[in-house]
Write a protein that binds this ligand. Structure first.
Ligand code: GNR
Ligand code: NI
Length: 181
């Protein structure tokens, strides 16, 4: 088991399209375990493989309430089969967009399909936070972040802040490895 580094925006590989999983092997199970460990360590409720720089259609999720036991879910090749006409707005955050929370409007009810680690297909209907999380995670597999659903002003403000933070972090690192050059 391992905690993997999470890519943060703006990063070109977060915009890549992920490939469907074809081999349901030990390596897939290990990836899912590492993603769950990484998600829990980061206090997230979901994590998509491209966030840890693996461009395959794998998602992990745990939507249990605080007073309930953990309920890890592993979703391979997840997809939205059908979206209802009604929409709902929820405040979203993302481990790849640190410290940004904005309202996003999405279909309130979705029918979803996925495979488990054994390759068995499941179909389900989701509402509420579960519907939001599925759509947020499947977006990642298609190279889309929740900020891509915001207007340009809000998106640019968030991305510019992250660019500045990366620049500051890089400067601090450079000073640390090359003291008083
Ligand atoms: O931890 C997360 N919380 C969250 C809250 C509202 C809507 C979506 C999410 S998913 C996010 C973890 C994450 O970045 N998954 O890709
Ligand atoms: Ni996310």
């Amino acid at each position: 088991m391992a905690i993997l580094p999470i890519l943060t925006a703006p990063h070109p590989r977060l915009t890549k399209m992920s490939r469907p999983v074809e081999r349901f092997d030990r390596a897939l199970a290990e990836l899912a375990e590492n993603m769950l460990e990484t998600m829990y360590a980061a206090n997230g409720i979901g994590l998509a493989a491209p966030q840890v720089d693996v461009h395959q259609r794998v998602v992990v999720m745990d939507l249990h309430q605080e007073d309930e036991p953990p309920a890890p879910q592993i979703l391979v090749n997840p997809e939205v089969l059908q979206a209802g006409a009604e929409t709902a707005t929820m405040s979203e955050g993302c481990l790849s967009v640190p410290e940004a929370y904005e309202e996003v409007e999405r279909p309130a009810r979705v029918t979803v399909r996925y495979q488990d680690l054994a390759g068995v297909t499941h179909t389900r209907e989701c509402t509420g936070l579960e519907a939001v999380c599925w759509q947020h995670e499947i977006d990642h597999l298609d190279g889309v972040l929740f900020v891509d659903h915001l207007n340009r002003l809000k998106r640019d403000r968030i991305i510019q802040r992250l660019v500045k933070e990366k620049r500051l972090a890089r400067r601090a690192r450079d000073r640390a490895v090359r003291p008083a050059a």
